[in-house]
Design a protein around this ligand. Structure first.
Ligand SMILES: *[C@@H]1O[C@H](CO)[C@@H](O)[C@H](O)[C@H]1NC(C)=O
Length: 350
């Protein structure tokens, strides 16, 4: 159980977040047609640890001491919008990784493309972290990861995570708020994912790296660990033939479909959405390769380097916690006024 003050603060954070996602015009998510599992997905591994609801619209995947579990879209897509509502397992989840991503790694072993949302479990009473990453044509030695704290408790309710992937732009969304934008730049070259990809959903044991660089491993006595997926959305140009062949027909069809994709609200970055994105990044981001000059002395060409933000990154590193500051007044504690959430940097997470 969370400390009552913390859970009240969490409720207030949830209200702030709901306002932010409304301001970012996140309503477009409600109009997207969602799918049942059978309409577009197949089991990938650990099928015994996968439970579908009667209507097939909710899928629970579990990691226990024997196996994790996962599923994959039955088709590959050349650009599109991919989305799922996700509720993460509670309590002690150190070492547990839940992933929602696009990839073609099963087809192109050495030159694969990938766009990731990864959720990294944590110790009891420590927050989950979220990571995004981008790979193109096997650029695995050039990780482009970013890590963030989520502005809500992802184990209390489901939240919507989405990836827009077009030939010009990649946008990661959380509840309709853009949190990362990767425009295609010529300098990025083949690092920009450009071959058809499938959508993957998995839960697995990431003991070696997921929590504080592998310091805390999965404790199966605290399991099993179950993540719940619903509101599955696959809006993309489905590739009909063998993706290795990249047929002319598929290419023409997908180029035509792209015009429609780019017209959609989720592919349009308005000033309001950019402002919401900056706000999210200033408050929630723990790490970005764009400011890690130890690892990459020259920032990647697609990085939008903001000097004030970079300065902040140097200060907080990964130790940032976003936590409401509650100033208890001696004698009486007001129950009416919710505490004001504030960014508290330079504070150890434990
Ligand atoms: C992708 O990588 C392969 C192998 O390194 C290389 O031969 C190919 O030219 C690359 N593709 C592009 C579009 O650069």
């Amino acid at each position: 159980m969370l400390h009552p003050q913390r859970s009240m603060a969490a409720a207030w954070l949830a209200v702030v977040w709901a306002c932010m996602s409304m301001a970012a015009a996140a309503g477009f998510l409600d109009e997207l047609p969602t799918m049942a599992f059978e309409e577009g997905f197949s089991p990938l591994f650990g099928e015994d640890n996968m439970v579908k609801s009667a209507d097939g619209r909710t899928v629970s995947i579990t990691l226990n001491r024997y196996t994790g579990s996962g599923f994959i879209s039955s088709d590959y897509y050349h650009h599109g919008f991919f989305s799922a509502s996700i509720k993460l397992p509670k309590d002690h989840t150190a070492g547990v990784v839940v992933a929602f991503y696009l990839s073609n790694g099963d087809v192109f072993e050495k030159t694969h493309d990938e766009l990731d949302f990864e959720f990294l479990g944590n110790r009891y009473r420590h927050e989950w972290k979220m990571q995004t990453n981008v790979y193109g044509n096997g650029s695995t030695d050039r990780g482009r990861e970013e890590r963030y704290l989520m502005p809500f408790d992802p184990t209390a309710d489901a939240h919507r995570f989405s990836i827009l992937w077009s030939s010009r732009l990649i946008v990661f969304y959380v509840d309709g708020v853009p949190i990362r934008e990767v425009p295609r730049t010529p300098a990025m070259g083949a690092d920009y994912p450009s071959k058809p990809m499938a959508m993957y959903v998995t839960i697995w044991d990431g003991s070696t790296w997921a929590t504080d660089n592998g310091k805390y491993k999965v404790n199966y006595k605290r399991g099993p660990f179950t993540a719940v997926f619903s509101d599955l959305v696959l809006r993309g140009c489905r590739v009909s033939s063998d993706i290795r062949l990249a047929s002319v027909d598929d290419q023409d069809r997908c180029a035509a479909a792209e015009a429609e994709l780019m017209d959609a609200e989720y592919a349009t970055m308005t000033p309001g959405k950019r402002m919401a994105m900056r706000r999210f990044r200033q408050r929630q981001m723990l790490y970005t390769v764009c400011y890690d000059t130890n690892r990459y002395p020259e920032p990647f060409p697609e990085c939008d380097v903001n000097m004030a933000e970079r300065q902040m990154y140097w200060q907080w590193g990964e130790s940032k916690v976003v936590r409401p500051r509650v100033r208890p007044r001696p004698g009486h504690r007001s129950k009416r006024r919710p505490p004001t959430p504030m960014l508290v940097s330079l504070q150890q997470a434990d």
